[in-house]
Design a binder for this molecule. Structure first.
Ligand code: MLT
Length: 396
């Protein structure tokens, strides 16, 4: 018996587990502190009424002879896949075919699981800073990783360069953690690169619903040529508050073929073997959120978080702390004051303001000296956190 030794090459704990551990230790010493969480991107708004109604109705159906559902269709129920296709058409003008859509329990699982269909001998490109899941899942599999530097000099949006060797390219736009988003022109260059090199782009669109700039594509398939080089991952976690309900979807276009094989067919084969689908009531709730009244309700929640993001961004503007994000994204990526390192600032903010952020260095070397704030807390807590930060760091 041999263990997978690649696990020795990943960080001992997942970033958000380390944050939670430090907070736990702090609370053990000072249990009375009134903490405000702006660390992990977990939502606070309750599920919208349409989602709750659909969950109740579908659960009741499950308790009847005629409405009971056992195993569902492997790619997800047709009613949800059709709704997702309509949602794409409405928000991005993109036409998807039902058999290209795969319903799952969230983007994080699919982003890790998709690697099953690729050989180990592929070079993987990720941005730095980066959502740790892309790196850790590839290190677990022993793949070689190239880092694309995202700094203020390139607006935190790395681009392909001559000589870049990358078979699998992860792009997340709007980005986690920086909040920066690729515009059409920049995304076109990535699609061109991938098609010219036979690479596959794994496009994480988990934050697409926060985009308000018409120049920023909500789906990579808005770019010509993307259907032959990109797989897109999306989730209802941030869009509809499903972090605890769990539902996402992955798009593998029919036109994406490598070594003469449709990747859609490989992913279908993988999913039918290793995945048994998402609960019927959850799929009903997801469908309710992506159309009609439900869509209006989730958009209200998104607007609420976007206003929080504005409040956070305004605070950093006032403090003259350089930052990015917060416009097309729920994340604000800010330079630590007084040239502090990420974890030092995290600890100081926790101890003195009882505010939790995420240390930028946890997202990669280029994140050192930055921290990330989320706009997913309540309005009152967001205002209070910013008041505490201003009180601590305003000069004079
Ligand atoms: C984050 O805070 O980066 C996200 O919530 C993590 C996730 O979506 O898994």
């Amino acid at each position: 018996m041999k263990i997978n030794k690649n696990y020795q090459n990943i960080e001992e704990t997942y970033l958000f587990s380390e944050v939670a551990e430090r907070v736990r230790k702090f609370m053990a010493q000072d249990g009375s502190a009134s903490l405000i969480k702006m660390g992990i991107g977990d939502v606070t708004r309750p599920l919208c009424k349409s989602a709750v109604d659909a969950l109740i109705k579908a659960s009741e159906e499950m308790g009847t002879e005629s409405g009971f559902h056992g195993y569902g269709p492997e790619q997800g129920y047709e009613f949800l896949r059709d709704t997702i296709a309509d949602y794409y058409q409405e928000t991005s003008g993109v036409k998807l075919f039902s058999d290209e859509i795969f319903v799952s329990d969230g983007a994080k699982s699919d982003l890790g699981n998709i690697l099953d269909i690729f050989d180990q001998d592929n070079i993987v490109a990720v941005t730095d800073p980066v959502y740790p899941v892309y790196v850790d899942t590839n290190v677990m599999a022993g793949r070689k990783i190239v880092k694309l530097t995202a700094t203020a000099d390139n607006d935190f949006l790395p681009m392909p360069y001559p000589g870049l060797q990358a078979d699998i390219i992860y792009l997340c736009s709007p980005n986690n953690p920086t909040g920066a988003a690729y515009d059409r022109t920049r995304l076109e260059q990535w699609v061109k690169f991938a098609n010219a090199n036979g690479s596959v782009i794994l496009f994480d669109a988990a934050y697409e619903s926060f985009i308000s700039d018409p120049e920023v594509p909500r789906s990579i398939y808005e770019i010509e040529g993307a259907r032959s080089c990109a797989i897109e991952f999306c989730s209802l976690s941030k869009t509809a508050g499903f972090t605890g309900t769990r539902c996402g979807y992955t798009i593998v276009p029919g036109g994406l073929v490598r070594d003469g094989i449709q990747l859609r067919k490989m992913w279908l084969r993988r999913q039918t073997t290793k995945f048994n689908g998402v609960a019927y009531p959850v799929q009903k709730a997801a469908a309710a959120c992506l159309k009609d009244q439900g869509l209006a309700e989730i958009r209200e929640n998104i607007a609420y978080y976007k206003e929080n993001a504005r409040i956070i961004a305004d605070t950093f503007t006032e403090l003259k702390w350089p930052f990015t994000g917060g416009v097309n994204s729920p994340y604000i990526w800010v330079r630590c004051p007084k040239s502090m390192k990420s974890w030092a600032f995290f600890d100081e903010l926790l101890a003195k303001a009882n505010v939790i952020c995420t240390p930028g260095s946890g997202f990669g070397e280029c994140g050192e000296g930055y921290v990330r704030f989320t706009s997913f807390n309540t309005r009152d807590n967001t205002i209070e956190a910013m008041r505490r930060i201003k009180e601590l760091y305003s000069e004079g």
